[in-house]
Design a protein around this ligand. Structure first.
Ligand SMILES: [Zn+2]
Length: 239
């Protein structure tokens, strides 16, 4: 057994950082560190026409409070996975460069809709990201051949170029955690969305679940988990 099995990490897909109410709730959560969890914000860069100045101010604030992550939606706020002729890898390369041009250097990545393919994995390795797009579970709403990566736990993915990409898969959504809290097995990486924080029922569920999770698993930051996973098993991804 790896020594990270007794731990839990929490990350958030920050999809609506320009919505004042959503942002305020999320910023409070980052400051608060519920049940001792440092939440990793995977933040979606602004799409065409979105307010870059406000976005940058909020992303810099997030980076002060937690290890910053990069989330991508290939079609704006409501279209997570790439559709049509979109070059998924080139899109992420442009975003990663734009972030760095503006002094932001997220170390962690999570693709929208859990989209991951070989060329995208190469881009992520190029920028030195630790990736959290893999999942330990299968999404029933995705087609059998939809590009994604399922892994049993943290893994070092060997890429065709020879590069290596560390994957820290998500294990639970909030709903899955609620259903599985009493039968947890191994490392927990729970994810939620920033907009869930302005839904009173979901926000309450998050706080209760993290408190109970804290009784069963010790909090790690995503960076601490990455360090512990440095010797994780090898894996591959279809190119
Ligand atoms: Zn998303």
């Amino acid at each position: 057994m790896e020594d990270f099995q007794r731990y839990a990490v929490v990350s958030c897909h920050v999809e609506r950082p320009l919505d004042d109410r959503v942002w305020a709730a999320f910023e409070r959560l980052l400051v608060w560190r519920p049940a001792g969890f440092v939440v990793t914000p995977f933040i979606r860069p602004p799409a065409e026409g979105e307010d870059e100045e406000t976005w940058l101010r909020r992303a810099r604030r997030a980076a002060e409070l937690a290890p910053l992550g990069h989330h991508t939606h290939w079609g704006g706020v409501s279209q997570a996975r790439p559709v049509g002729e979109v070059d998924a890898a080139a899109h992420v390369r442009r975003e990663a460069e734009w972030l760095r041009t503006h002094g932001l250097e997220p170390r962690y990545f999570c693709g929208g809709g859990w989209y991951l393919d070989g060329p995208l994995a190469e881009v992520l390795a190029d920028f030195g990201y630790v990736d959290c797009t893999a999942t330990t579970f299968r999404q029933t709403y995705l087609a059998d051949d939809a590009p994604r990566l399922q892994l049993a736990g943290p893994s070092r993915v060997q890429l065709p170029s020879g590069a290596e990409l560390l994957e820290l898969p998500a294990t639970h959504s909030l709903g899955m955690l609620a259903r599985g809290l009493l039968t947890l097995d191994g490392l927990v990486h729970v994810h939620f969305h920033d907009w869930e924080l302005v839904d009173r029922r979901r926000a309450l569920a998050l706080h209760v679940l993290l408190r109970v999770l804290r009784l069963r698993r010790a909090p790690l930051t995503v960076g601490e988990l990455a360090e512990r996973a440095a010797g994780a098993p090898l894996a591959t991804i279809a190119s």
